[in-house]
Design a protein around this ligand. Structure first.
Ligand code: B12
Length: 225
């Protein structure tokens, strides 16, 4: 089914926001299939060749750290909110626009998509020096979820330039494991911190995992703590 008008895309984005998404945007499944993360990880399942991806972003205000704590229904309370918004959209898209949609799992290996690539292609932000999607409105303090829509929609576009261009990049020095010592993100150093966060969680009841956000919260575009 084709819905190539920008008005249909704008209507869907507005509805996503009225259901509680902070930001929303659309890219084509075909564009996402070609995105850099799929080139780095050819072993991962790719989105279909046709259809669209609706990306939802939810603000994760540093003043509400519990939104990002792992170990509850939905993974985190923030992700549970995103799941609920996505479920309401699936029902609304079918009823109002006759568009079949499904909410995609969080993990790529379980049929999800690389969410940062999807968010950048949908025009929500840029990949920052901290390897996170930095949005103009909330810096990197957002989390994403995506839906697959069985319809050819007009994509949303980026209207702004890379925010890290003129930044002194405190994110590169904020990591407790020095994951950016060589100027770009080093996954295995970051994983050491993630493992430490998981071990720390076992000392508490309930064992909620409070992942490090140093590279995120040091961004000058993020919200004040
Ligand atoms: C696995 C995973 C992890 C792993 C590995 C991370 C990694 N980057 O390798 C670990 C556990 C270490 C981790 C850590 C964190 N994660 Co994580 N993670 C994921 C997950 C599930 C998949 C990411 C992945 O494997 N990417 C693939 C690897 C190969 O690529 P990459 O390092 O991300 O780099 C690619 C992009 O930068 C892209 N890219 C670069 N330039 C460009 C330009 C364009 C135009 C495009 C389209 C793409 C693009 O290409 C690169 C590959 O070549 C996603 C959820 C999802 N389904 O996507 C969340 C996700 C990326 N994580 C997220 C977060 C917040 C974090 C942490 C801050 C911890 C936390 N508090 O949750 C840290 C931050 C680490 C960092 N600075 O990157 C958020 C990011 C939100 C944002 N604003 O960007 C996501 C999207 C989850 C969510 N809930 O929204 N994570």
């Amino acid at each position: 089914m084709q819905h190539p008008s920008k008005q249909t895309t704008a209507l869907i984005v507005r509805q996503a926001r009225s259901f509680g998404a902070t930001l929303a945007g659309v890219t084509t499944a075909a564009a996402l299939r070609q995105a850099p993360s799929y080139r780095v990880r050819p072993d991962m399942p790719r989105p279909p060749e046709t259809g669209s991806i609706l990306v939802l972003a939810l603000i994760h205000d540093p003043a509400q750290p519990e939104l990002d704590w792992w170990g509850v229904k939905g993974g985190t309370p923030g992700n549970l909110r995103l799941i609920n918004i996505a479920n309401r959209l699936v029902e609304w898209l079918g009823r109002e626009l006759d568009i079949a949609a499904r909410s995609l799992p969080y993990y790529v290996e379980k049929g999800g998509v690389f969410l940062k690539d999807a968010a950048v292609l949908a025009g929500l932000g840029h990949i920052g020096a901290n390897n996170l999607v930095v949005t103009p409105q909330y810096g990197p303090c957002v989390r994403f979820r995506a839906l697959f829509l069985d319809a050819g929609l007009a994509p949303t576009a980026t209207r702004w330039s890379n925010p890290c261009a003129d930044c002194h990049r405190p994110c590169l020095r904020a990591c407790p494991q020095g994951s950016f010592q060589e100027g770009s993100y080093h996954r295995s150093s970051c994983m050491q911190q993630i493992d430490k966060n998981k071990a720390d969680a076992q000392k508490n009841t309930p064992p909620l995992v409070k992942h490090c956000r140093a590279c995120e919260l040091s961004c000058p575009l993020g919200l004040p703590g």
